[in-house]
Design a protein around this ligand. Structure first.
Ligand code: GAP
Length: 472
């Protein structure tokens, strides 16, 4: 069945994710929490596979990259130095009637007014003009009683280690809003301990927290999320060719894991941070969100981060170049991607409805086998025939040793078990039937392909070879 005949909607994806144990609303039994999600068994396995695929490309297959796992809490001074305290804000307005909250800059942009980097005074002046023209109403309840715009910090605050319960200016600490902060602070430790010379990179995967006003679109924009970031330290003047090669390198990763070239594109940012010379995003055409949205960001950062941290910490963060005998502050380029955006992208891209049977639409996730949460399901044809269940359990135990994520399932009809494996994206199901245990065919099994539904008879050796080839 051709993938492009399927209409992918967010409703279908959210429903499948809950039904099959990928994603749950956090604190669901209490009514949930906006912008926070929990990952169930298959969601956890799927996330781990995406992380491994990223780490394979970014760390294990390169000689110039090392890893880091830095703490979520960092000194608040670091977030002052980076410009996040005071600068990592969104302007927002409240509806006084229904208490809904909206991004004021988004409202202005929808009205055709450039507001991306506008001051709060400019935003309020323009909002007043819209109010006077009776063009400003609450998108939720249509009330015209809206507050002025206020600056709202995206930083999530804590009073870690404080002797009082309150968060004050003296005791405030922050949950990191991006993982790269820990990389900058450990640049020297990493370089010295790992004997790295320029150019080299540091990768990190970890949680980040942002008090997003408009947390929405399922796991696309959340308040707690995982980032996978790489900071590449290099000689000033060498940025552009390195940047181009990183862009190509990462683009190829998407293609390697089954994303079609027509489903992704580059978006070039015209408005750049003052220290940046280039900024691009990879955007994916999310069927579930009706268009292209940012998945991964590529930024040149110059020497801004290391210079700021050197200034605020009083430490020297320069590099001594053995070749030129010069000292300078390395420049940085970064790639940064949200794990949940990849998670949603891979499900969005893999979601397929096979309508060849007019009686029942078969839904399956056509994941790349390396990303599939379960690689193989071993299914005895009948539950109440010990000769079949024993043979299936033995096969399962043998295969699990090599392929780890293998499932044994004897519950319900064989058709129902296939449907479940299709919906979690298992590339192969193996059925143990009477031919597997009797006569000349003993030791052979039927293997079913997730995407075509075709079944073929194979020996255990052939089955193992097929799995190894798919996972190569
Ligand atoms: N260090 C650079 C940085 O953090 P960013 O554009 O703010 O840049 C990078 O974020 C990536 O992190 C985004 O492209 C997106 O994939 C992910 N991301 C950012 N905010 C997110 C959120 N609230 N929920 C989920 N993912 C998010």
């Amino acid at each position: 069945m051709e993938k492009n005949t399927t209409e992918v909607t967010m409703e279908k994806i959210v429903s499948l994710c809950k039904r099959r144990g990928f994603v749950f609303a956090s604190s669901e039994i209490y009514g949930g929490m906006a912008g926070i999600y929990d990952y169930g068994h298959y969601g956890y396995l799927f996330k781990e596979n995406i992380k491994t695929a990223w780490m394979n490309q970014m760390l294990y297959e390169r000689d110039d990259i090392v890893a880091l796992d830095s703490a979520i809490f960092m000194t608040p001074k670091a977030w002052v130095a980076s410009g996040h305290v005071g600068g990592f804000n969104d302007p927002m307005i409240d509806c006084k009637k229904c208490n809904s909250r909206f991004r004021a800059d988004h409202i202005l942009e929808e009205a055709g007014i450039e507001a991306d980097k506008a001051t709060i005074e400019f935003i309020n002046k323009e909002l007043q003009k819209l109010k006077d023209a009776k063009k400003l109403v609450c998108a939720n309840c249509k009330s015209v009683d809206l507050s002025e715009a206020k600056v709202f910090s995206l930083m999530v605050k804590s009073n870690l280690g404080s002797v009082t319960d309150e968060v004050t200016d003296d005791n405030v600490t922050y949950l990191r809003p991006e993982t790269c902060g820990g990389i900058y602070l450990n640049y020297k430790n990493t370089m010295d301990s790992m004997h790295m010379s320029l150019p080299f990179g540091i990768v990190q995967i970890g949680k980040a927290f942002r008090n997003e006003i408009a947390a929405r679109q399922f796991i696309f924009r959340t308040r707690e999320f995982e980032q996978m970031e790489m900071q590449y330290f290099h000689t000033p003047g060498s940025t552009l060719p390195l940047y181009e090669s990183w862009k190509k390198f990462r683009y190829n990763w998407y293609i390697e894991y089954g994303i079609k070239p027509e489903s992704i594109r580059w978006y070039k940012h015209d408005k750049l941070a003052h220290y940046a010379s280039e900024a691009y995003d990879i955007e994916y055409n999310y069927g579930s969100m009706g268009g292209f949205k940012e998945v991964e960001g590529f930024h040149t950062r110059g020497d801004w981060d290391l210079s700021q941290h050197a200034k605020y910490s009083g430490q020297k963060l320069e590099y001594f170049d053995e070749n030129t005998k010069e000292k300078y502050t390395p420049h940085i380029l970064e790639t940064s991607v949200g794990l949940a955006r990849l998670f949603l992208m891979f499900i969005d891209s893999a979601y397929t409805e096979d309508k060849t049977n007019p009686e029942e639409t078969r839904v399956y996730l056509a994941f790349h086998p390396k990303l599939a949460p379960v690689k193989l399901a071993v299914l005895p044809l009948l539950k109440n025939k010990e000769v079949l269940t024993n043979a299936a359990k033995d096969l399962f135990i043998r295969l699990r040793k090599e392929f780890h994520s293998v499932e044994y399932d004897e519950s319900g009809s064989i058709g129902k078990r296939y449907r479940k494996q299709d919906e979690i994206g298992t590339p192969f199901c193996v059925t143990v039937d009477f031919e597997s245990v009797e006569g000349d065919t003993a030791g052979s099994y039927t293997i079913r392909d997730r995407d075509t539904g075709e079944q073929t008879r194979v020996t255990e050796e052939e089955l193992v070879a097929k799995l190894r080839a798919a996972l190569q």
